[in-house]
Design a protein around this ligand. Sequence first.
Ligand SMILES: C[S@@+](CC[C@H](N)C(=O)[O-])C[C@H]1O[C@@H](n2cnc3c(N)ncnc32)[C@H](O)[C@@H]1O
Length: 243
Amino acid sequence: MPNGTSVPDQLLVPTDVQALPPGAQRLAEALRTGNCPADRLFDRFLPDDLRAVSGQYWTPLLAARRAAEWLDDVGVHTVVDIGSGAGKFCVVAALVGNCRVIGLEQRPSLVAAARTLSEAFKVQDRVTFLEGALGVVPTPHAEAYYLYNPFGHYCFDSDRYADSGVAFSDARVAHDVAAAERLLAHAPIGTYVITYNGFGGRVPATYRLLRADQKLPCTLRLWRKDRCPPRFPEPIERSAEGE
Ligand SMILES: C[S@@+](CC[C@H](N)C(=O)[O-])C[C@H]1O[C@@H](n2cnc3c(N)ncnc32)[C@H](O)[C@@H]1O
């Protein structure tokens, strides 16, 4: 095709998107071509109780799209969403970018809803949801971790998503925050972290802040681990003489 000839939009759309139901297809196309539809259009694909809390609990489209663009920019192939909830971040990240996305979620009911969402958008080949709590089940190794306010007391309008066995307390939050800090502290050099409104703990000082977007409803930050923590200073050997 000669330089300067514009490519019709439909030729830029990957084939799998064209097989989606019309509403999902329009959303996927808009996200992939750099537009950002209203969140309510995406949230229609969530069950009622999960749609009702989307504005408070799930990453907005604009933030998920920006995060996915950043991950592609820095060449990340795999990202883990710690506390993936209804799967909104994971599915949008897969629609926008080229990453393989893994969601870790402690509530089985949300894992089920997230799998249904990924099937609605036909991204289940690149999106996987694992059931379990951070620090209890092994966290998959990844080049990047995404954290959006994962630790806290999330409740819903009905009991359908109130899984038994998931307890909330200040001690539990402190335990989870410490587990996230340990995960980041032990990750290899070159690991990326994206926080959206933080996670209640500190990104270790071994990470360098690369980007921040403060125009979103909450601040999105991209960090990269650049170095190992300093080792403890060697003990000073004292000679027997002179003491
Ligand atoms: C604010 S929501 C974010 C959902 C998703 N990351 C998104 O942006 O669309 C946080 C989720 O983390 C989950 N969560 C809380 N503590 C967790 C833990 N220790 N391990 C795994 N998931 C956890 C909650 O059940 C909730 O679904």
